[in-house]
Design a protein around this ligand. Structure first.
Ligand SMILES: C[S@@+](CC[C@H](N)C(=O)[O-])C[C@H]1O[C@@H](n2cnc3c(N)ncnc32)[C@H](O)[C@@H]1O
Length: 193
């Protein structure tokens, strides 16, 4: 009985913690699906085509449970991969998974990515929401070196023209947007007379 009660309290506390951070960050830690991850990796150019003037580091902004960060670390073994996640529970799970499957080039920080210095980025990957993309835009324009790449799952960077758009083979045909710094301004749609 005491064990059941303790378990219930722990589950409720975990739920409250997740909910609190979902409200704080504006998004729950829902992971990228494998099909969308395929498109993210297909959107990333091969290592040899990432221009040398870009930085060296691959960032995942809001690394959630760590699945995508681990796949990025595997895909880019020569680069440091850094994930930032604010929500404690997903971050803790991602750290435990990393303990179980160590990746020497991967660091997972419990921190606000808006306070991180991204000026050494080669690639920034994110899966956020429109409000966060709006806030992020200015930071990316200020900090990212020329040639750095930005890949966004599902959400456009407002005001930027994507260099390419891919669609996942899922029921929503989820879009994956690729940008190269400095970004082109969004082109106006011209309506034929
Ligand atoms: C939709 S989830 C994506 C998780 C992971 N990137 C993936 O694709 O599987 C977005 C994550 O971003 C985190 N997040 C949102 N704003 C953040 C911030 N300012 N700093 C750190 N993490 C943030 C949320 O806590 C959430 O876990």
């Amino acid at each position: 009985m005491a064990f059941a009660l303790l378990s219930l309290v722990l589950v409720l506390a975990a739920f409250a913690l997740m909910l609190g951070y979902t409200i704080r960050t504006g998004i729950s830690p829902v992971p990228t699906t494998p099909r969308v991850a395929d498109e993210i990796f297909a959107a990333c150019p091969p290592e040899s085509l990432i221009p040398p003037e870009a930085g060296n580091v691959v960032y995942e902004l809001g690394s959630g449970w760590g699945n995508l960060a681990m796949a990025l670390a595997k895909r880019f073994p020569e680069r440091a991969v850094v994930g930032y996640e604010l929500s404690p529970l997903p971050w803790l799970v991602s750290r435990l998974l990393l303990r179980l499957r160590p990746r020497p080039n991967l660091a997972l920080h419990r921190a606000d990515f808006m306070a991180a210095d991204l000026s050494d980025a080669a690639l920034v990957v994110c899966y956020l929401y429109p409000g966060a993309m709006r806030r992020l835009r200015e930071k990316l324009e200020r900090e990212l070196p020329a040639g750095a790449l930005v890949v966004s799952n599902a959400f456009l960077v407002p005001g930027w023209q994507p260099n390419s758009v891919r669609h996942a083979a899922d029921q929503y045909e989820t879009a994956v947007y690729l940008y190269r710094m400095p970004p082109e301004p969004e082109s106006e749609l011209t309506v034929a007379p």
